[in-house]
Design a binder for this molecule. Structure first.
Ligand SMILES: C[S@@+](CC[C@H](N)C(=O)[O-])C[C@H]1O[C@@H](n2cnc3c(N)ncnc32)[C@H](O)[C@@H]1O
Length: 355
């Protein structure tokens, strides 16, 4: 005999919302579903319908990808809030994902682990970072070989040995020019330095040379082989671009979910960290970015941007409220480094702005 389950039970079984089940029933996309009173009932043997909107991987098939570098301003704490925006409108299909200031990619890797997009675009103006994404995409085994070699040499060393090793890699990284021939070597130094330097910072001097001192990690994982191989597979259909965020213009259309995470507008005089590259990201840059944000909104894309809230320090500072007037501005709590050394942490508000 045919048995039925409620829409609520189907929602739990298929790991989608009850509202979504109701919509799918009314669109006649679940065979045998019937309206009884004002509720849908569904044959208990019905298959999970293939949904048109952003496709989420089944939990047991998802591979959890992690950022391969620690990156200042990493957005792991905001991921949940940002993901809600992707799923906010159950009727909207986002088949494309675009993150033109990707950094370490906290949100990007989370999205890549959970959702199946048809096309993805990532970019950043930091050429060494983008080179590393490229090498993971195209030459991961040589990279793993080099990283394992460095890890085997570095970890057993005493403090003096490690110090000598760290600074000689830093010198090589700064003296070797990035080219097709040196790309894998440079990517291996980039990851090594990120895992062993002070707080995983990437900071350069005016000449563009990486100048972060050595960190004090006892047992850093320099080569996370499994994650690198998983990232390699996942990057195969991702377009990786080095340069300004506005290069993403031709990629973005009305089916695109775009996320911007620009360098912070400093929350205090000492917390300012805006030099991922030798150029700085000042208020004029925030204004230029806001113009681009609005341009993409006009195309019909879903556009989301996060930043530090200047009201943490000065409640009268309306910089972003004025800049993004007419858009949704939410303030959410996050734990952040509150001085330039990153050794003092506190709860602050961050902004999530979206159309
Ligand atoms: C706050 S970080 C992004 C952090 C990232 N969300 C994460 O999870 O690690 C900002 C990034 O913007 C990049 N950037 C700065 N100016 C840029 C520009 N004009 N175009 C593209 N990327 C830029 C920096 O190199 C940096 O990686």
């Amino acid at each position: 005999m045919l048995s039925f389950i409620s829409a609520k039970e189907a929602a739990e079984k298929w790991d989608i919302s009850q509202r979504r089940v109701d919509i799918l029933c009314s669109e006649k996309r679940i065979a045998g579903a019937m309206m009884v009173g004002n509720m849908w009932i569904i044959p208990s043997n019905a298959d999970k319908p293939i949904d048109k909107r952003t496709i989420r991987y089944e939990k047991d098939k998802a591979v959890q990808l992690k950022p391969f570098v620690k990156w200042v301003g990493g957005k792991s704490q905001l991921v949940e809030e940002l993901e809600k925006l992707l799923n906010e409108n159950e009727e909207t299909i986002y088949s494309k994902y675009c993150e033109p200031m990707v950094g370490g990619g906290a949100l990007f890797f989370d999205m890549l682990s959970k959702y199946k997009f048809e096309q993805l675009y990532i970019g950043d103006s930091n050429s060494e970072l983008i080179n590393t994404y490229d090498v993971i995409k195209n030459n991961v085994e040589s990279l793993i070989f080099r990283l394992n070699e460095m890890q085997m040499l570095y970890l057993p060393m005493d403090d003096n040995g490690r110090k000598y090793f760290y600074y000689s890699i830093r010198d090589k990284f700064n003296s070797i020019k990035l080219s097709k021939e040196t790309s894998t070597e440079k990517a291996s130094y980039f990851i090594f330095l990120n895992k062993t330097c002070f707080n995983g910072l990437y900071r350069v001097n005016r000449k563009g040379q990486f100048n972060v001192p050595m960190g004090a990690y006892k047992n850093p994982t320099i080569c996370d082989e499994d994650n690198l191989r998983n990232v390699h597979k996942a990057l195969q259909n991702v377009t990786i671009v080095c340069g300004d965020y506005n290069l993403s213009k031709d990629f973005v259309d009305k089916n695109t979910f775009v996320y911007f995470d620009p360098p912070y507008r400093p929350i205090s005089d000492t917390s300012g960290f805006t030099s991922y590259n030798s150029g700085s990201f000042d208020d004029n840059e925030q204004i230029r970015l806001a113009e681009y944000f609005k341009q993409l909104c006009c195309v019909g894309a879903k556009v989301v941007l996060s930043n530090s809230d200047p009201k943490n320090v000065n409640p009268d500072d309306n910089f972003f409220d004025d800049l993004y007037q007419g858009y949704n501005i939410r303030r959410v709590e996050a734990v952040r480094a509150i001085n330039s050394n990153g050794d003092s942490r506190g709860k602050i508000k961050e902004l999530i702005i979206h159309n």
